[in-house]
Design a protein around this ligand. Structure first.
Ligand code: ADP
Ligand code: TRP
Length: 333
């Protein structure tokens, strides 16, 4: 039997090419060898996103983005967290096995407390209980589906360790394996995609290239990439340029080598290097963009795909909750 891989995707903004190469593409590759369960973590987004229009459009765009990138809903169980009531039932049950001290140590919560301290504010200013208990909801997401591996970025590893701690506390109490203990699959080899200014591409830095930018905008953004002042004739170091780093994501090895040689030889200015990047990026992203636009225009179909995913997910979720309720003595049979 194949092992189970599960990951959650927070719908908190438009997808950019850092998300694509850092999270979406590797997760889709993993789905070839695992029984994959990928979901839109909309209740996680609710902690920070209170605008209903924004919430609704982010959910649709992120879901459509994954489908456009190649997620096959016949092979991957793809659903919204909010469609699975058992997630919240399991969260409540896990709360009883989670020490408050464990939550006090969560990085995101600690960072919020520290920022408050620096501002001289109350330590818990702006911290809602959703943020404080975030790791328990995430543990429920994972444990509910008997997940073996959870593909995540490094920043999420602590959350997976907490899910392990919580599942083990349950198993220890009932002296049997009621819940499967998951493990993180950190995608170390995935390089950090640089943004327009050379820092990590991130929504919070405002330096992103949206994955589905229309061709004109894509070109404009590529032309805005920050460069040094080397002239056309000067030889250039491809490895020191974010234009080339981005180019490598889109071009096959031979093309990469050929362009690197042109950088080193001199005679190619930054404008031309950007044209090459635009051409390669548009070649890859063009078909993705078309698929995305088609999916976005058929709202009912998108909703139906997510609902079908939820229908496949619910019996799995119900079985886990049933097992736990029985072990806990809440249900006798
Ligand atoms: P952002 O930093 O834009 O807010 P998120 O934190 O929502 O992005 O990231 C969602 C996923 O995309 C995570 O798995 C993260 O590791 C990956 N990711 C985001 N930005 C990059 C990047 N610049 N390079 C590689 N992976 C990235
Ligand atoms: N916390 C994750 C993030 O910020 C999203 C997430 C929610 C998740 N539930 C999950 C990831 C379960 C993996 C497994 O990216």
């Amino acid at each position: 039997m194949k092992k189970i891989a599960l990951t959650g995707i927070k719908p908190t903004g438009i997808l950019h090419i850092g998300n694509y190469f850092g999270a979406i593409k590797p997760a889709l590759e993993l789905a070839r060898d695992y029984d994959a369960r990928y979901f839109i973590a909309d209740y996680h987004a609710l902690n920070t996103m209170k605008d209903p229009e924004e919430m609704a459009s982010c959910i649709r765009e992120v879901a459509a983005g994954w489908l456009a990138a190649g997620l096959d809903p016949e092979k991957v169980i793809f659903y919204r967290q909010s469609s699975i009531p058992e997630v919240f039932e399991l969260t409540s049950m896990l709360m009883a096995f989670t020490s408050k001290g464990l939550m006090n140590r969560a990085h995101a919560y600690k960072a919020a407390v520290q920022e408050n301290a620096e501002r001289g504010d109350d330590p818990d200013a702006g911290v809602n209980m959703g943020l404080f208990t975030y790791p328990v909801l995430m543990a429920a997401d994972i444990i509910l589906f008997d997940s073996d591996v959870v593909p995540v970025g490094k920043d999420q590893v602590q959350h997976i360790e907490m899910a392990q701690d919580i599942a083990q506390a349950v198993n220890f109490n009932y002296k049997k394996e009621v819940l499967k203990v998951p493990r993180a699959a950190v995608q170390d080899e995935v390089a950090v995609v640089p943004g327009l200014d050379g820092r990590k591409m991130s929504k919070s830095y405002g330096n992103v290239i949206p994955l589905f930018a229309p061709e004109k905008e894509l070109r404009k953004l590529v032309m805005r990439i920050v460069t040094n002042s080397q002239g056309v004739d000067e030889p250039k170091d491809p490895d020191a340029s974010q234009i080339y780093q981005l180019y490598k994501l889109f071009a096959p090895a031979e093309e990469q080598a050929a362009l690197a040689a042109r950088y080193r030889a001199g005679g190619m200015g930054w404008g031309e290097a950007k044209e090459e990047l635009f051409r390669a990026a548009n070649r890859t992203l063009g078909p993705l963009r078309e698929r995305f636009e088609a999916i976005m225009t058929d709202r009912e179909k998108l909703d139906a795909v997510l609902e079908q995913g939820a229908e496949k997910a619910r019996p799995i979720a119900a079985a886990t909750v049933r097992r736990f309720r029985k072990a806990a003595g809440i249900d006798r049979k």
